[in-house]
Structures are given as C-alpha cells and as structure tokens.
Design a binder for this molecule. Sequence first.
Ligand code: FPP
Length: 236
Amino acid sequence: MEIKRIPRHVSIIMDGNGRWAKQRGKERIYGHFEGAESVRACAEAAVEEGVRYLSLFAFSEENWGRPEEEVMKLMDLMMDSIKNEVGTFMDNDIRFLVLGNRARLSPSLNKAIDGLEQMTAGNDRMTMIIFLSYSGKWDILQAAKKLALRYKDDPEGLDSLEIKDFDNYLVTAGIPDPDLLIRTSGEERISNYLLWQCAYTEFYFTDILWPDFRKNEFRAALEEYAQRDRRYGKVK
Ligand code: FPP
C-alpha cells in the first residue's frame, strides 16, 4: 500500500539493544551488532519511501559514562560500519553526516568520518545523519557560545536576532527539523536529544526493541504519521 504523506525528516532514538541481548543471554554488544542491521534496514526503507533525511541517535554525551569496554566496542562498531558501508552509500546516492561533540571522538574515527562525509558530499537522494557524542543541551550551549563571540561587539545585531537565525548556530544548521521522531523499546522520553529541533515534531513510541525494528516496523511508523493532523499551534 502506498503511504500518502511521507515525512521529509525521520529521526530515531534507537533504544533497547541491551535488553534485546539480555533476553537472549548474550552480552550487550551483541544487541548493538543486531541494532546495526536495523540501521541498514531502516535506511533502505527510508530511501524506498522517499524520506529525504534519516537521523539516528547513536551515542549521547551521557553514554560516555557507560563501562569502558562497551564504549570501545560501540566506537569500533561505528568504525567498521563506516569502512564496510562506503559502497552502500555511493550505490544508493546517500549523503553521510556525523553531528555531535566531535572533539571527544578519537582522531582515527574522526578521520574515517571526514573521509566518508567528503566522499558522499555530492549525494542527494537521502541524507543520513548519525548523532554521535550528542546531546540537545550541549548543542544549545555551543550555539550560545558561538553567538556570544560573534555578537560581543554588536549589541544591536544581537537584539535583532530571530529564532531562524539561532537555528544556524546549532550543529543541525541547514537540516530541516524532524517531522517524525521514533523511539523504540517502550521508553517515552526525549533523553536530551534534539530539544530545540523537536518543537513541532510528531512522536511515535513503540515497545519493539531496536534490533527487532526493521522495514515493516519503519513503514508502520510512517503510516501512523500519515494519519496525524499537524497544526503547529494554529487552527485549521
Ligand atoms: C541503545 O540501546 C542503543 C545505543 C546506545 C547504541 C546504538 C548504536 C547502534 C544501533 C550501533 C550501530 C549504529 C550505527 C550508526 C552503525 P541500549 O544499549 O540503551 O539498550 P538498553 O536500554 O536495553 O540497555
């Protein structure tokens, strides 16, 4: 069945990898490996349905507080995914971007990310954004710091600043706000993700754990979105 109204930007809080692994008596990283397969499946479905931006919350600023071994293995998984999927990005005309506090990532991971970002810069069927070492409050603070420097000798300029101007100081500058935010695993909260950018985003919560969230589940979220009535605070 054809879905009528396709969101331009779908964002996902991928949650439940650890629980998925635990249910199977395996280590948490096993859930992250299976979760990477869900990333691939959702990216395929997004391209097929004509979604223009797919963003994924892969690692929060708070996630640095997890056991060192899990953090290391997650970073290795990111590195392997980047190295192994170059062909997939090029074949499917997908632009790749990583947004977040890049200074906290290792030099080798940053180098691999830069390489894939540059290689895919001209692709325009879909943009896939991985939020890595990201948090919403961090993003707003770094924007405020940049603004303070930019306008330190220009109080009039500062005074005339508008909301759309502030958008340009966030790491998501130039990227449309998410139309649909999906969170898996039954948790119903935003967990310091895209706080500013989700002002009018439609939320979709599901009990399905991220490693089980594949093409059919992604399409079900799009179908639900197509039924929503978006009014942006106005009256129809
Ligand atoms: C949340 O599950 C998941 C994460 C913190 C990591 C997400 C990372 C991936 C899916 C790896 C692949 C990503 C890319 C972009 C290749 P959790 O560990 O918080 O699960 P729990 O709540 O059940 O403990």
